[in-house]
Design a protein around this ligand. Structure first.
Ligand code: NAP
Ligand code: MG
Length: 495
């Protein structure tokens, strides 16, 4: 499908305007207040969403509590079938959902949307949630474990890939028999709402999935603040993650956190640069660098440093950018705040003495005038302690750090607070093995960026990139709690 307008008309079957989903009903916020969702390519308003607060969240928790017993008790194969049906509807609406997500995120088409596949992978786990039989001290006793859902759970997701994040969080939680209250980001809530609409159409009962929209500090904060939320999943920045964890701590609510990254790309002298260079340039410009896994630091052995920088610069200059509906590689950033944040980091790089090789600013005029554009930017001679080498920029800004040997490469690669993804580029199996073990990251790619290409790879961070794993074969189990049952006939002798 080719989209040629920055504001293509979305059919009513997919676009939800001004309403959110609570207990199977499309409702406004209790206060009636709304927030505008804009197209970052031209700042036009696409739709409005309810600006909810704690009262709306309480209503959603009520609905989720009402839906929970029947959903928990539905047999697991029937739950799986409903998730498969949801995946089917998502597939049937692929083009529209893709367009909606592009429109609110500002991202050019980037390949087949993964949502239906992700959901099928999760649906396949729904009826494979198993306990174990336990050894006992006497034959009269039977011991086993049950894995049970928590009850009403909560999820908060960011705006950079709202569709995939919504289905992985919601899919796994409800596959396990929980019911959920979700808060998407106010910048990109329309894809989650559309996906929730399809879930209802698929027959997933009212109240199993509730989507409350609004600002993080209002609607978002009310979710972990409620003691009726039995488990939380949060994806976003470490700063907000720590607030969520503090709120969960008050209620002793368990959670997982998927936070940011500052992923290193370690390039050894024997690397296949024909493979590595395009992958690294794409890795930092895909979704305008707004990917938690984006490889934002090139840690390169000094002997090939000059060649790597030169080729990276050429490659990054080939990245085309413009409004997402044009055939370009890269769209705008999501919003004004993000725009000034990324430009601020570029300024910090300059001030702290890094060498700007290419890019370095916001393109002016024409198609760029109204959008939040920034050029693909490459900094060389970055030292490991500079701000641009330590902090997550969440924009298309790549920093090159030269190192002398493998030990220094490991030290620099591991030398940030983050540990989400890391890549190694080498033909040497020995280096690949040692680096795979030495890198502190939830995912390591050898001759591969962004952890791509694996089906069912657990995703999550080391260190401040968070804890807990999503997307893997045991992601549904993360949403269950274990109960040990010991059973004896009445009148059996004491052990
Ligand atoms: P953010 O500011 O932390 O926001 C994430 C979500 O939390 C949004 O829905 C936001 O709502 C909400 N929120 C904000 N303040 C809140 C509060 N006080 N209480 C409850 N919820 C609150 O993150 P962002 O800047 O939008 O997203 C980018 C970050 O997400 C980056 O750090 C990126 O690395 C990370 N990320 C991680 C992964 C991963 O899987 N590890 C994936 C994607 C992104 P509003 O925005 O509506 O206010
Ligand atoms: Mg935000």
């Amino acid at each position: 499908m080719t989209i040629t307008s920055p504001s293509p008309t979305l059919s009513e079957s997919i676009l939800v305007d001004g309403l959110q989903l609570i207990g199977g009903e499309w409702v406004p916020s209790v206060t009636g207040r709304t927030i505008e969702v804009i197209n970052p390519a031209n700042r036009e308003v696409i739709a409005r969403i309810p600006r909810s607060d704690a009262a709306d969240v309480e209503a959603a928790i009520d609905a989720a509590e009402r839906a929970f017993p029947a959903w928990r008790d539905l047999n697991a194969t029937a739950r799986a079938a409903l998730l498969f049906r949801w995946a089917q509807l998502i597939e049937e609406h692929t083009a529209e959902i893709d367009q909606l997500e592009s429109q609110e995120v500002g991202r050019p088409h980037w390949g087949p949307p993964p949502m239906a596949g992700q959901l099928r992978f999760i649906a396949g786990q729904a009826d494979k949630v198993q306990g174990v039989s336990l050894p006992t001290y006497s034959p009269e006793t039977l011991g086993f474990t049950l894995r049970e859902p928590y009850g009403v759970v909560g999820g908060i997701i960011p705006w950079n890939a709202p569709g995939p994040m919504f289905v992985t969080e919601v899919g796994a939680a409800i596959a396990a028999g929980n019911t959920i209250v979700m808060k998407p980001a106010e910048d990109a809530p329309l894809t989650p709402l559309a996906l929730a609409k399809l879930a209802l159409e698929a027959g997933i009962p009212a109240g199993v999935i509730n989507v409350v929209t609004g600002y993080g500090h209002e609607a978002g904060a009310a979710i972990p603040a409620s003691p009726r939320i039995r488990r939380m999943g949060f994806t976003g920045s470490p700063f907000t993650g720590s607030l969520i964890m503090a709120a969960c701590a008050k209620n002793l609510t368990p959670l997982h956190l998927e936070l940011g990254g500052k992923s290193p790309q370690v390039v050894f002298p024997d690397a296949d640069l024909d493979q590595a260079i395009p992958a690294m340039a794409t890795g930092i410009t895909l979704n305008t660098g707004q990917i938690c896994a984006a490889g934002s630091r090139v840690v390169v052995l000094r002997s090939i440093h000059d060649e790597v920088v030169e080729r990276l610069a050429t490659q990054m200059q080939k990245i085309t950018y413009g409004p997402w509906h044009q055939p370009v590689n890269m769209g705008p950033l999501i919003n004004e705040k993000q725009h000034s944040r990324v430009l601020g980091y570029i300024e910090a790089g300059r001030k702290e003495g890094a060498d700007l090789v290419t890019g370095g600013g916001a393109p002016q005029g024409g198609d760029y005038g109204n959008g939040f554009f920034v050029q693909p930017t490459l900094f060389d001679n970055v030292s490991p302690d500079m701000t641009i080498a330590q902090e997550e920029i969440f924009g298309p800004v790549l920093s090159v750090i030269a190192v002398d040997d493998e030990q220094e490469a490991v030290r620099v690669a591991n030398g940030t607070d983050y540990g989400l993804v890391a890549s190694v580029w080498t033909r040497d199996v020995g280096i690949a093995v040692r680096m795979s073990r030495a890198l502190q990251a939830g995912q390591v790619g050898v001759n591969n960026a962004l952890g791509a290409g694996v089906i069912g790879g657990p995703f999550g961070g080391y260190k401040n990139s968070g804890f807990g794993r999503t997307m893997g074969a045991d992601s549904v189990l993360e949403w269950t709690q274990v109960k040990t049952v010991s059973m004896r006939p009445a009148g059996a002798p004491r052990i």
